[in-house]
Design a protein around this ligand. Structure first.
Ligand code: DC
Length: 224
């Protein structure tokens, strides 16, 4: 008999979660869910609709009403049917997403959507609270980390901003993610800690696939 597999990948910005989670999902044939993109989509909608980032009631409404879809086999994220994959990566959206993710009612709405997505198929889901809150019974939990300098270097390479500005932004977001009252970024007690500092993407991928396959009698015993 085959069963659904949930791979939870959590960790701070710049640890390599998105790249690696996407590649692993592709290799295993699982659905890839980027939960950060969901917080970003709500932030984008709020910015466009001029909803204040302290207006918890309106933010809750947006989170409840948003239809967020991941198009399988592509990197596309749709918000209410519109492809927002690029728009959600703008620096002002990154900052707004971090603010929006502080709002408990927004988190509740998005966690509900994340559970629905994860109940439909085998998934690789990445974020900050997947192993601790969204899927505490995930088949495999990975906490992906890297030294702060390595994380800044990676994010700076993808950004047009100078490294010191990237460092400051990452520092602020890390502090907010770790210090917030609701679902802070923490390593779940049963998560496997994996440090990606100094490793290539191929090396991280090989390491994680080995962990997953060891835990799932080679990752093949799944249905979607
Ligand atoms: O992973 P990311 O940079 O795309 O995430 C955007 C913001 O959303 C980030 O500040 C952390 C927050 N987030 C969260 O609070 N919980 C998640 N499961 C995923 C992201």
């Amino acid at each position: 008999m085959s069963k659904r597999i949930t791979v939870a990948i959590d960790g701070p910005a710049g640890a390599g979660k998105s790249t690696i989670a996407r590649r692993i999902a592709h290799k295993l044939g699982y659905l890839y869910i980027d939960t950060g993109a969901m917080y970003r989509a709500i932030a984008l909608w709020a910015l466009r609709a001029s909803v204040g980032l302290s207006d918890m009631h309106r933010l809750e409404q947006l989170a409840n009403e948003a239809i967020i879809e991941f198009v399988p086999g592509t990197n596309a994220v749709l918000l209410n049917g519109e492809d927002v994959s690029e728009a959600i990566r703008a620096p002002e959206v990154s900052n707004a997403a971090s603010e929006v993710s502080l709002v408990p009612a927004v988190r509740r709405a998005l966690v509900r959507k994340q559970r629905e997505l994860g109940e439909q198929a085998s998934v690789v889901m990445e974020g900050r609270d997947i192993g601790s809150v969204v899927f505490p019974d995930a088949t495999i939990k990975i906490f992906l980390d890297a030294h702060p300098e390595a994380r800044v270097e990676r994010r700076a390479a993808e950004s047009s901003l100078p490294p010191d500005v990237v460092a400051q932004q990452i520092g602020e977001r890390d502090n907010r993610d770790r210090a917030r009252a609701e679902s802070p970024l923490v390593q779940a007690p049963d998560a496997i800690y994996f440090d990606t500092t100094g490793l290539s993407i191929d090396e991280v991928e090989a390491g994680l696939l080995k962990i997953i396959r060891d835990r799932t009698s080679n990752g093949k015993e799944r249905t979607h």
